[in-house]
Design a protein around this ligand. Structure first.
Ligand code: ANZ
Ligand code: ZN
Length: 818
């Protein structure tokens, strides 16, 4: 057998140059065609493309190429999420400027992407660290500011006293500064926020517009937003005019509230302890418990404030405590504690010997507060609850809330877990926040005409300089009164950059707006977004928020940015996620050098469906390589003859021909449906492999009819394979004598007639004994069936004389020999 190996080095370089030179994938915005916007999450330019990227982009590439062949005007852009901390780290370690480091990395990674043969319209490339881009971050910030969606308030940040800087959470290692290892403290600093909470309801409500998002992602967002219906109840502080509002979802338990607990940061606490004897003790407790990580498993600790509150439903005097299990950021930062019916309260009450009172009685067993071993949190019947006794707890929530509204001691409210988005960072490598501080006028927004506020380049990161050290940058004049003023030196969270980049691709050079309205209206929403599940919450929530605000600003009309979302699985090797720290990385460069990009693509697509994890396998790569070689050889074997003949519908097909013809069309159907319905490229490739096997099995007769069948099937194989192995497909398309790019060709359609044709199996007997079977189309001619039958049992009747061939139509052939 011919074992020629296909010269992928030449083929791949040749077609990459061809696509680029001819601008095949440049989007023309042909408004007559239906549009398809295919987008993969843009990468951070860390320096290297890894296998996870390759998988993500190859999946997107197949979708883009497929849709293009299906007649869509496809937009498939790529860019760089280019601001962020690693650039500053590199500057620190290597003394290279963040800008230079970033641009070098972009250059290199772009060349890597090109080697994979991805069909991007590079004319739309964006890098978020370029002025042309971040100018619009600033512009949007100002628009948000005008709309009241940006504000500044004090917030707790990680602070390193020695370095005199704020640290991102990632820069705090075991409570220590990553740079100098001194203890990180919590410090209150003025921070900028985006008011995403204003959009909480729409973020929930408009999930219904997300046609095809994984349920898991939707659920994660719902939980993150955490909408909770409850009641706010007023507890008056004894001997004072102060009111403590508590938030509860269980108003039915109000008669069982035996104490009140405040978060350590609760404003009133400071006031309480001013004249307390235990002032120092309480202060120490608060200092200790202000910084808290995840709440789930911490040991509950608290301290009595010395003050009391009045339970408004029974005028009972209850102690006010401070404890670490109440969060300032949730609800009102204060709770009514019901130890009998809330497990956290129960544990706390046991520890500090606080009273508990049963107010919900179980329907199954009779509980009592003295003997219960844990809180009873289920529904039940009210007891010890005055006029509400005997009501079910479910009804009581409503009834008690209504009654409290009437009495003016409480009201129904809705609470969200979602917090406003803290967007300021005390970092250099980001978008400068366009605000000026004037001693006359206060906070003054930069004028639109002065945008962009450029990020100065002359900063020495190794010397620990930040924007605040660049006096040329800091000192300015107030746009309002002209006095000397100072610029904000915080930069924006890089998640701001990625919240609207998909819109910038639509008109990357637009100078009057972040996005040209007509382009936005044509292209949005993104039809298919593809990326990692790790972005299920933040990025995808922020981008949805931005889209809604931009729509409200009249910048676009869609409410949701991404209609369909595919979250691809991880790339796994030896049972663990491929990662530097695990030391199990396969470098895409190495594999491409050894086998070529098409092999890597086919391996990745064939190994598992995109939403599942993909187990790396060297054998799998080898298998993909062999398959492509098989395709290459079989096409070349017949190419010369096929080039010479014209396709015609007037074919006299033999049974064999018909079989192959039908198989061809069945494969078109399978592949098209596998890709269209669920992007199951693995089963699509499996189907093409089967078809290639059929071609190898086919007995070529060297006549025109036979060539016509081969022409059809070979062209089909190449077309079906083209989105997945684009270089090889272009090459073979040319080998078959085609003049234009295969990607200008329509996707093949299957012929319903061809696949309707059913086949039947006919048993062959020799002298009444079963000796074989043949597969024939139902409408096969008698003579042809007889001939096939004789051929099938050829070696069993070789030295005998055939006396008679009896055909029972569609049932049986009996050959009588003597
Ligand atoms: C009294 C009560 C009785 C409660 C009972 C529960 C069971 P979700 O559903 O998550 O909204 N809570 C309120 N604010 C809190 C805070 N800042 N820190 C810690 N816990 C807080 O939970 C609402 C419930 O969580 C509220 O209802 C409150 O405890 C607690 F048998 O109030 B409950
Ligand atoms: Zn001023």
């Amino acid at each position: 057998m011919n074992k020629e190996r296909y010269p992928f080095e030449d083929i791949e370089a040749k077609w990459q140059n061809f696509w680029e030179g001819k601008e095949i994938f440049k989007t023309t915005s042909d408004k007559k065609k239906p549009k398809y916007y295919c987008l993969e999450m843009f990468p951070y330019p860390s320096g290297n493309i890894h296998m996870g990227h390759v998988r993500n982009y190859v999946i997107g590439d197949v979708v883009a190429r497929f849709k293009r062949m299906c007649g869509y005007e496809v937009l498939h852009p790529m860019g760089w999420d280019a601001f962020g901390l690693p650039a500053e780290n590199a500057a620190l370690e290597k003394g290279i400027h963040p800008a230079k480091w970033t641009l070098q990395n972009i250059e290199y990674m772009k060349s890597q992407l090109k080697k994979i043969g991805l069909s991007y319209d590079w004319s739309r490339e964006i890098a978020t660290c370029s002025q042309d881009y971040y100018k619009w971050n600033q512009w949007l910030f100002l628009k948000f500011y005008e709309k009241g969606l940006v504000y500044k308030k004090e917030a707790d940040v990680n602070w390193c006293e020695k370095c005199q800087t704020v640290l991102a959470n990632e820069q705090v290692e075991d409570g220590l500064c990553w740079r100098c290892s001194s203890i990180v403290k919590s410090k209150k600093l003025e921070q900028w926020f985006f008011k995403i909470t204003d959009y909480a309801d729409r973020l929930l409500e408009e999930q219904k517009l997300l046609e095809n998002w994984p349920q898991k992602v939707l659920t994660m967002q719902i939980n993150w937003i955490g909408k909770s219906f409850g009641t706010e109840i007023d507890f008056r502080v004894e001997d004072s005019g102060e009111i403590i509002k508590v938030f509860t979802t269980r108003a039915d338990t109000i008669f069982g509230a035996t104490y009140v607990v405040l978060a350590p940061e609760y404003p009133l606490v400071e006031k309480f302890i001013k004249d307390s004897q235990d002032k120092d003790k309480i202060n120490e407790f608060i200092a200790q418990h202000k910084i808290r990580g995840e709440m789930e498993n911490i040991e509950k600790e608290g301290i009595f404030t010395g003050h009391y509150a009045i339970n408004p439903v029974n005028n009972e005097k209850v102690p006010i405590w401070v404890a670490n299990y109440v969060l300032m950021e949730y609800g009102t930062g204060a709770i009514m504690s019901v130890p009998a019916h809330d497990q956290r309260d129960f544990e706390f009450a046991i520890k500090y010997e606080l009273p508990r009172r049963l107010v919900i009685q179980s329907k199954e067993e009779t509980l009592s507060e003295d003997t219960m071993k844990e809180a009873f949190e289920d529904e039940g019947i009210l007891v010890n609850s005055a006029q509400f006794d005997n009501m079910s707890s479910k009804e009581a929530i409503e009834a008690i809330s209504l009654w409290m509204e009437k009495e003016g001691i409480g009201r129904r409210t809705i609470n969200y877990r979602l917090k406003d988005w803290l967007v300021s960072r005390q970092r250099y490598w980001g978008t400068p926040i366009p605000i000026i501080y004037c001693s006359n006028c206060g906070k003054v927004p930069v004028l639109y005409k002065d945008l962009p506020i450029r990020l100065p380049e002359d900063v020495d990161i190794q010397k620990g300089q930040t924007l605040a050290d660049i006096l040329d940058f800091v000192n300015t004049n107030c746009p309002n009164c002209g006095n000397k003023a100072k610029r904000e030196t915080d930069t924006m969270d890089t998640f701001v950059d990625s919240s609207w980049y998909f819109a910038r691709y639509l008109s990357p050079k637009e100078e009057n707006n972040p996005v040209a309205l007509n382009e936005a209206n044509y292209w949005l929403p993104v039809d298919q977004y593809i990326g990692g599940i790790e972005h299920a919450i933040l990025h995808l929530l922020y981008a949805r928020f931005f889209t809604k605000v931009m729509a409200d600003l009249g910048l676009m009309e869609v409410k949701e940015p991404f209609k369909n979302l595919l979250t691809q699985g991880m790339v796994i090797k030896d049972g663990a996620k491929m990662s530097k720290s695990k030391g199990n990385v396969v470098d895409p460069n190495d594999i491409i050098t050894k086998y070529g990009a098409d092999t890597v693509r086919i391996f990745i697509l064939f190994a598992s469906p995109p939403e599942k994890d993909l187990e790396w396998s060297d054998q799998g790569v080898e298998g993909a390589w062999k398959f492509l070689n098989r395709v290459y050889r079989i096409v070349r074997q017949y190419a010369e003859k096929i080039r010479k003949i014209q396709m015609t519908d007037d074919r006299r097909q033999s049974i064999e021909d018909k079989k192959l013809h039908a198989f061809t069309h069945k494969t078109i159907k399978r592949v098209t449906e596998d890709i269209e319905q669920e992007f199951h490229f693995n089963t699509a490739i499996a189907a093409i492999m089967e078809l290639v096997n059929e071609i190898y099995k086919y007995k070529f007769r060297d006549d025109e009819d036979s060539l016509l069948v081969l022409k059809e099937v070979l062209e089909t194989v190449i077309l079906l394979l083209s989105p997945m192995a684009p270089h090889l497909a272009e090459e073979l398309w040319q080998v078959l004598g085609k003049k234009s790019s295969i990607f200008d060709n329509p996707w093949p359609r299957y012929d319903k007639e061809a696949i309707k044709e059913e086949e039947i199996i006919i048993p062959i007997q020799v002298n009444g004994k079963l000796r074989g079977r043949i597969l024939t189309p139902v409408d096969c001619k008698e003579d042809e069936i007889k001939n096939l039958a004789l051929k099938e049992v050829e070696d069993k009747i070789r030295d005998k004389q055939v006396k008679k061939v009896i055909l029972v139509p569609k049932k049986l052939v009996n050959i009588v020999v003597g």
